[in-house]
Design a protein around this ligand. Structure first.
Ligand code: C2E
Ligand code: CA
Ligand code: CA
Length: 755
C-alpha cells in the first residue's frame, strides 16, 4: 500500500528549490520517515527510497558547501595570521633602521645648533665645508642612509656639497619631530626622511634603497611588503601608542603594521596565488572530506535501506510465488519419547538460494507486516499437508507461530475457521504459539481470550525471556508454556540462569500449565527437565525440523520404536502405499505423458512437467488439486520421482552444493540415510570444500555435486549410482543445500522423471 507519493523536494517542474524550501522538504521527509518507521504500511518502500535519494543529494550538497565555506574561512584566517606576523617582523626591522637614520638626523640637528650662525652661513654661502665634513661623518655612521643632508631655502646640502633631487619640504609643514617620506612608496624609489630643525632648516636623509629592500624582503611566494607614509594628523608628534598590526587601514587580507613612534607603516600584501593556495587547499580538503563523509554516510544508510527494502520486496515476491513452506519439528513426551505433536516452522524455498531459515526473513517479515500473508500461506499449506497425520492420531497437536499482527488483523478468526476443520486439522489439534517477547495490547489480549474460549489452544513461546504478566496467564489459562532454549542450555552450562529454569518449572507446576522444553539437545537436559516435571520437549535430541512428508515417515518410525502404534497408524501406512501405487500408475501405460523435452535449450529425455502430473493425478484419482499436489510432493519426498535438473545438477561438476550451516541446520531432517553420512561428509575427512565462482557470484564453502558423489562412492564403497541417490537424499533432507535452487513440485517449468 502506498498511500503517499514519493516525498517531493523538487518543484513541480522537477528543479530543486533553494533554501528554506529545501529545509522544509527535509523536515517533511523526516516526519514521513518517522511515520514510516512507526507504521511500515503507511509509506511504501518506493517513497522511502525516493525520500532517501533526494535527502542524500541535498545533505551531501549541504555538507560539501558547509565544508567549502568552513575550509575557506579557516584558510583565510590562517593566511591572515601569517601575513600579520610577517608585517610585525618586518616592521620591527624597519623601525630599527629608521631609528638609526633618525640618529643621523639628530646629528645634523646637533651640528646646526652647535655651530653659531650656521643658518646665516647657509643663507650666504650655500653649503659650507664644515657642514659637508659633518655630513660625510654622519652619512658614514648611518649605513642605512644613502646620504644625510640639510635643506634650506637656498637649496639642499649633502656630504658632497649640493644634494640633487631632494623633495622640497617647507619646514613649517613638518611637525616638530621626525617625519619622512611622501606617499605610498615602493621599494627601489627614493625614500626620504625629514626632520624640522627650525623655521628655516630641515634635516633630511635618503634611505638606502638596498637596505630598505633587505628589510622589506619576503619569501618570494609570500607576497610583497612596502613602507607606507601615513598622513600625520594635526598635532601628531610621532609618539603614537603602539597600534595594531592589522585592522583599521588594512584592506581585505592585507596586513598593516604601524610604527609606534612614527607615522609610518609596513604593509604586507600576500601573493594572490599563495593566497588562493592557502585558502584553496583547506577549502578543497574540507570540501573533499565533507563530501567523502557525506558519501560514506549516505552509502551506509542507503545500503541498509536497500538491503531491507530488497529483502522485504523479495519476501513479498516469494509470497506471491508461494515459496514459503511449512516444515515441522516433532514434539515428544519426554517420559516415553512418543510424538505428541509438532511445531510448524517457516522455510523459504528460494529458487536460487535453496532453503532459507526464518532467521533471515522473519524479523523483516514482522517489521514490514508481511508476516500476515506469510502466516496465511503457511497455515493453508500445513493444514492440507498435515491432514493425514492429524487424522492418523487425533492426540497430535500442531503448533503455529503467530504474532500480534496476525492476531489483530481483521479476518484472522475467519482464516482459522477456513483452514482448520474436520477435513484438515480440527481446531482441537491446533495450538497458537505467541512469543512472550511480543507486547500484547488490550485488543490482542481480548482476541486471545476469545480464541481460547472458542476452542483454540494457546501456548506461550520463549517463556522466561519476556515479561508476560501473571495476570494475563491467569486470565488466559494458556494450554502450554514453552521454556525457551536459553534456559534449557543452562542445564549443561551451570550458569547463573539455572535457578531461573528451576523457578520457571516451579511456576508451571503452580499454575498447573503443562510445560514444554524447547531446544533439548542432550540426554542430560532431558533427564534434568523430566525430573522437574516438564512433560514435553522439542529439540535436536529428538528430531530436527523436517519437511512434512519426512515427518509422516518419522511418525511411523516413532510409533514403532516407542511401542505405541498410532491409533490410526494404518492411515499413514496407507498413505505411503497410496503414494507408491500412484507412482506405479503414473509410470503405467496411461500414466502421465512422458517424453523428451526441451527446457531452456536443453533436451531432457523421458520426463514430464509438474503441472501435467498434478492434472493427471486429479483426473486419475478424482481428488482435489491440493491433494494431488500433496501426493506429488510425497512422490518426490519418497524418492519415487526425481527432479530432472536436480539429478543432473547433482552430478554436474559445475554446480555446487553447500552444507547447511549449524545454525540453519534446522532445514529439514529425516531419518539419516545413510546414518551419519552427512556428519562424515562434513567431518575432518569429509569432502573438500572451497569457494566457487559461478558467473559473477562466489559461493562459499561448497563442493560440486560430482565431488560429493565421488566422495560417497569412495568412502562407502558403493556404486556411483547409489552414491548419487544418497547425495540427493541428503539434499532433499536439507543437509546439503544446492547453492542455486530447489524448485517446488508445482512449478510448471520443472521437469520430473520417473525412477
Ligand atoms: P521458535 O518458535 O522458538 O522455534 C524454535 C526454533 O528453535 C526453531 O528455529 C527450531 O529449528 C530451533 N530448534 C529446535 N530445536 C533446537 C535445538 O535442539 N537446538 C537449537 N539450537 N535449536 C533448535 P527456526 O525454525 O530457525 O525458527 C526460528 C524462529 O523463527 C522461531 O523460533 C520463531 O520465532 C520464528 N518462526 C519460525 N517459523 C515461523 C512462522 O511461521 N511464523 C512466525 N511468526 N515465526 C516463525
Ligand atoms: Ca515457536
Ligand atoms: Ca521458542
Amino acid at each position: 500500500m502506498e498511500s503517499s507519493r514519493p516525498a517531493s523536494v523538487s518543484s513541480p517542474d522537477g528543479a530543486l528549490r533553494p533554501g528554506a524550501l529545501w529545509v522544509g522538504s527535509i523536515w517533511r521527509n523526516a516526519a514521513r520517515w518517522r511515520t514510516a518507521l512507526r507504521s511500515p504500511h503507511r509509506v511504501g518502500w518506493r517513497s522511502e527510497l525516493a525520500f532517501d535519494r533526494r535527502a542524500f543529494v541535498m545533505l551531501a550538497t549541504a555538507a560539501a558547501l558547509a565544508g567549502a565555506v568552513l575550509g575557506s574561512l579557516h584558510g583565510e584566517h590562517s593566511q591572515r595570521r601569517q601575513s600579520d606576523a610577517q608585517a610585525r617582523e618586518i616592521g620591527a626591522e624597519v623601525e630599527a633602521m629608521l631609528d638609526r637614520v633618525d640618529l643621523a638626523l639628530t646629528g645634523v640637528e646637533q651640528w646646526v645648533r652647535s655651530v653659531t650662525g650656521a643658518s646665516d652661513a647657509l643663507q650666504e654661502m650655500g653649503c659650507p665645508a664644515t657642514l659637508s665634513t659633518a655630513l660625510i661623518r654622519l652619512s658614514l655612521e648611518a649605513p642605512d642612509a644613502r646620504g644625510v643632508g640639510l635643506q634650506h631655502s637656498n637649496g639642499a646640502c649633502g656630504p658632497l656639497g649640493s644634494y640633487p633631487g631632494v623633495p622640497q619640504v617647507r619646514a613649517d609643514d613638518l611637525p616638530v619631530a621626525t617625519l619622512l617620506i611622501e606617499t605610498d612608496r615602493t621599494i627601489g624609489e627614493r625614500t626620504w626622511m625629514f626632520r624640522r630643525i627650525d623655521a628655516q632648516a630641515v634635516a633630511f636623509a635618503e634611505l638606502d634603497a638596498l637596505a630598505l629592500q633587505r628589510a622589506l624582503r619576503l619569501p618570494a611566494a609570500a607576497g610583497s611588503a612596502s613602507l607606507v607614509a601615513l598622513r600625520p594628523t594635526s598635532g601628531d608628534d610621532g609618539s603614537r601608542s603602539p597600534s595594531r598590526v592589522s585592522g583599521e587601514g588594512a584592506e581585505g587580507s592585507v596586513s598593516l603594521w604601524r610604527s609606534p613612534n612614527r607615522p609610518v607603516a609596513v604593509r604586507v600584501r600576500p601573493n594572490p596565488s599563495a593566497r588562493a593556495e592557502a585558502i584553496g587547499s583547506p577549502a578543497v580538503t574540507g570540501a573533499i572530506v565533507a563530501v567523502l563523509l557525506a558519501g560514506a554516510g549516505a552509502a551506509w544508510r542507503w545500503n541498509r535501506l536497500l538491503a531491507r527494502v530488497r529483502l522485504s520486496e523479495r519476501i513479498a515476491r516469494g509470497l506471491r510465488k508461494r515459496q514459503f513452506e511449512p516444515f515441522v519439528q516433532p514434539q515428544v513426551a519426554m517420559a516415553t519419547g512418543r510424538c505428541v505433536g509438532a511445531e510448524v516452522l517457516a522455510r523459504w524455498r528460494h529458487p536460487i538460494r535453496g532453503l532459507i531459515g526464518p532467521g533471515e526473513f522473519i524479523e523483516e517479515a514482522e517489521r514490514s507486516g508481511l508476516v500476515v500473508p506469510m502466516t496465511e500461506q503457511l497455515m493453508r499449506k500445513a493444514a492440507q499437508r498435515l491432514a493425514a497425520a492429524a487424522r492418523a492420531d487425533r492426540a497430535l497437536r500442531f503448533a503455529f507461530n503467530i504474532t500480534p499482527a496476525d492476531l489483530c488483523r481483521p479476518g484472522f478468526v475467519g482464516l482459522l475457521n477456513a483452514e482448520f476443520h474436520a477435513d484438515t486439522i480440527p481446531r482441537e489439534q491446533v495450538v497458537l504459539e505467541l512469543t512472550e517477547r511480543d507486547a500484547l495490547d488490550e485488543i490482542a489480549q481480548q482476541r486471545l481470550v476469545e480464541l481460547r474460549a472458542a476452542g483454540w489452544k494457546v501456548a506461550i513461546d520463549d517463556f522466561g525471556t519476556g515479561h508476560s504478566s501473571l495476570a494475563l496467564l491467569e486470565r488466559l489459562r494458556v494450554d502450554e508454556l514453552k521454556i525457551d532454549q536459553a534456559f534449557v542450555r543452562t542445564v549443561d552450562a551451570q550458569t547463573v540462569n539455572r535457578p531461573v529454569l528451576d523457578a520457571i518449572t516451579a511456576l508451571g507446576r503452580d499454575l498447573s500449565v503443562p510445560l514444554l522444553a524447547e531446544g533439548v539437545e542432550t540426554a542430560t537436559q532431558a533427564a534434568y527437565l523430566t525430573a522437574r516435571g516438564v512433560q514435553h520437549a522439542q529439540g535436536y535430541h529428538y528430531a530436527r525440523p523436517m519437511p512434512i512428508e519426512a515427518f509422516e515417515r518419522w511418525l511411523l518410525a516413532n510409533a514403532a520404536s516407542t511401542g505405541h502404534p498410532l491409533p490410526d497408524g494404518e492411515a499413514l501406512a496407507r498413505f505411503e502405499h497410496e503414494v507408491v501405487a500412484l507412482g506405479e500408475a503414473m509410470r503405467g501405460a496411461d500414466g502421465v505423458c512422458v517424453r523428451d523435452r526441451r527446457w531452456r535449450a536443453r533436451v531432457w529425455p523421458q520426463c514430464f512437467v509438474g503441472r501435467e502430473a498434478v492434472d493427471w493425478i486429479v483426473r486419475a484419482r478424482g481428488v482435489p488439486r491440493a491433494r494431488a499436489v500433496q501426493l506429488g510432493r510425497a512422490l518426490t519426498a519418497f524418492g519415487l520421482l526425481r527432479h530432472v535438473a536436480g539429478e543432473h545438477d547433482f552430478e554436474d561438476a559445475m554446480l555446487f552444493y553447500r552444507w547447511v550451516a549449524q545454525g540453519e541446520s534446522a532445514h529439514g531432517d529425516g531419518p539419516p540415510v545413510p546414518a551419519g553420512m552427512a556428519a562424515a561428509l562434513r567431518g575432518p575427512q569429509g569432502v573438500a570444500l572451497g569457494d566457487h565462482r559461478r558467473g559473477l557470484a562466489i559461493h562459499r564453502g561448497c563442493a560440486s555435486g560430482r565431488a560429493i558423489v565421488d566422495w560417497i562412492a569412495q568412502t562407502r564403497g558403493v556404486s556411483r549410482d547409489r552414491a548419487l541417490r544418497w547425495g540427493e537424499q541428503l539434499m532433499r533432507e536439507g543437509r546439503v543445500q544446492h547453492v542455486l535452487h530447489a524448485r517446488p513440485f508445482r512449478d510448471d517449468r520443472t521437469l520430473y522423471r520417473l525412477i
